[in-house]
Each structure stands twice: as structure tokens, then as C-alpha cells.
Design a protein around this ligand. Sequence first.
Ligand SMILES: CC(C)(COP(=O)(O)OP(=O)(O)OC[C@H]1O[C@@H](n2cnc3c(N)ncnc32)[C@H](O[C@H]2O[C@H](COP(=O)(O)OP(=O)(O)OP(=O)(O)O)[C@@H](O)[C@H]2O)[C@@H]1O)[C@@H](O)C(=O)NCCC(=O)NCCS
Ligand SMILES: Nc1ncnc2[nH]cnc12
Length: 287
Amino acid sequence: MTMPQILSVRGRIAAEQLATKLAQQATQALIDEARLSPKPGLVDSRGSGAHQDLTLALMERSAHSLTSTFYALALHSFQRPADIALRQEVGCLGREGEARMMQATGGVNTHRGAIWAMGLLVSAIAMQPEKDTPQAIARCAAKLASLPDAFCPKRFSKGSHAVQRYQVSGAREEAQRGFPHILDLALPQLRDSRVKGATESQSQLNALLAVMTRLADTCVLSRGGMPALQAMHAGSRAVLSAGGTQTAAGRVQLQALEKRMLSDNASPGGAADLLAATLFLDRVSLA
Ligand SMILES: CC(C)(COP(=O)(O)OP(=O)(O)OC[C@H]1O[C@@H](n2cnc3c(N)ncnc32)[C@H](O[C@H]2O[C@H](COP(=O)(O)OP(=O)(O)OP(=O)(O)O)[C@@H](O)[C@H]2O)[C@@H]1O)[C@@H](O)C(=O)NCCC(=O)NCCS
Ligand SMILES: Nc1ncnc2[nH]cnc12
């Protein structure tokens, strides 16, 4: 891989400062997502949800192992255009991040989808630091995600298998389309819930549920098939239609959704990644 472009001393300092800030904010968003409770099927501060091999401590270790990856992504992307050279460097750094995550977790896939989504968003912010609206950041990330990466090894993944089997859009398409589940569902829900007086945790849970109403989450499909995905969509809609997690009626629906997801052994890992990316974008664009 090439070294980061040649920058003036001032440019280098600006790049390092931005990279440090983004890496810290991205890591914190992953930790906040993991701790948020009560999340149906997912690891949270209460326990491991539908997972046998994940714990909150492992998720946090994984998040910390990725700080250096986010830093490198921002540094390499600083003020660069979306072209194939950058796409390949970002792909290489992303795969190094996946290897670091696997080393930190003893081989458990905790954050592959998050490395993809947040890695692209971190790069996009560093590419054009002056454009800090969520829309501009997502557009730039989509451009980068749509470029080919000749070095990406062809490998089996549960995600691509589910995409083919059920003819749905997965993590790759979500990024290439500019993260519609974040921009059209999660971020508006997060901000609207705050305005309506929900607590920060309730607002974040509502944002997660908004993603879960529509996402073709390949983790849910791989574990429980189409019936589990449809139950997730219907159950999360029921929570929000009842008034959201800030209401007693919404919490009753949330408990029913959790019960159903656990009986399907289903966990919305893709939706959780998109929530972390939402929290990250929310903070970056407010700062
Ligand atoms: C483009 C890649 C993301 C690869 O995508 P692909 O679909 O081929 O592969 P997967 O390896 O399956 O990863 C996709 C992960 O994305 C999350 N996800 C799922 N659905 C969606 C969706 N609709 N939109 C957005 N994101 C989605 C999800 O990640 C979470 O789940 C993980 C756990 O899943 P799994 O391994 O299936 O685990 P379990 O079911 O728990 O397993 P068992 O216990 O049953 O064994 C967890 O990691 C969460 O993060 C999907 O897993 C991309 O990886 C790629 O091409 N990378 C190359 C490097 C690159 O170019 N990087 C650039 C940016 S840095
Ligand atoms: N909280 C969580 N539990 C399980 N899988 C996840 N992937 C990302 N966040 C997760």
C-alpha cells in the first residue's frame, strides 16, 4: 500500500488531528451501541441475547481493537478524491481491521459489518472535511463503496449467501445506495424522539427499531430465514406504532419482539452496525 499522500506540515497536523478525533468517535459509537439496553436478540448490558459466543466485554474489546484502523482510514483518505487507488487502500485497511478484530476476539466475528459501514464513513469525512452534513458524508461514502476493489478476495460469506438466496440488498448495497436506512429512518427517528422528550437511550432504541422495520438484515436471514425477518419487521413497527420505547405500550411490544427473536435465535447484527454508524454520524455532524 502507498503511504498517505505528501502533505505540508500544517496539512499533516490537520490530518492527524482529524484522524484522532474520528477514530475516538467511531470507537465510542461502537461501545455505546453495544451497551445500549434492552436490545432484542443483541448483546447488551443485560447479556448476550441470541448469541452463544459473544459478550459485552468481547464487543468492547473488539471496538477498542478497531481504533487504529479508523485512524489509518482517516489519515489515508484525508482530502483525497474517490478513485480506485483510494478504494483499494481503504479495502486493504478494512481487511487489516477485520484481522485485528478476529485477533482481539479469538476468531469471533463481532464487527465485520461495522468496519465496512463506519470505515467508509470515516474515510468519507476525511476526504472532504468541510462537508459535514450526514447527506454529503453518505453520498461520498457511497461513491467510494461503488468503486471496484480488484484486491478483494472472493470468499464465502453468510451475507452474500443470504443476498443471493433471498434476492435482497445486503451490507454492500446499503453502502452503495448511500445508507438509506440511516438517513431516511434511523437519524430522523433519533432526532425526532429527542425532540419529543424521550431519554437518550430511548431515542437510540427507537432509532434501532426504525432500522429494524425495513432492513434485510442478513444476520437474521442466515439464522432464522424469511419468517424471522418478517417477524422482526412487524414487531419493530408495532413498538413504534404503540408510541416507541418511551411508552408503556411500546415497551410491552418490545418485550414481545424480544421473545419472538430469541425463539427464532435471531439477532439483528446488521441493524446494530447501522445504529452505531447513525450515532457516529449524528455526533460528527453536530460537532
Ligand atoms: C461488503 C462486506 C460488508 C462483506 O459483505 P457480505 O455481505 O459479503 O458479508 P458478511 O461477512 O456476511 O458481512 C456483512 C455484515 O454486515 C452486517 N449486515 C447484515 N445485513 C446488513 C444490511 N442489510 N445492511 C448493512 N449491514 C448489514 C452484518 O454485520 C453484523 O453481523 C455480524 C455477525 O454476523 P455473522 O457472521 O453472520 O454472525 P452470526 O450470525 O452471529 O454467526 P453465528 O454465531 O451464527 O456463527 C457482526 O460482525 C456485525 O457486524 C453482516 O455480518 C465487507 O465486509 C467487505 O467487502 N469488506 C472488504 C474490506 C473493504 O472493502 N472495506 C472497506 C471499508 S473499511
Ligand atoms: N450488540 C450487538 N450484538 C450482536 N451482534 C452485534 N453486531 C454489532 N453489534 C452487535
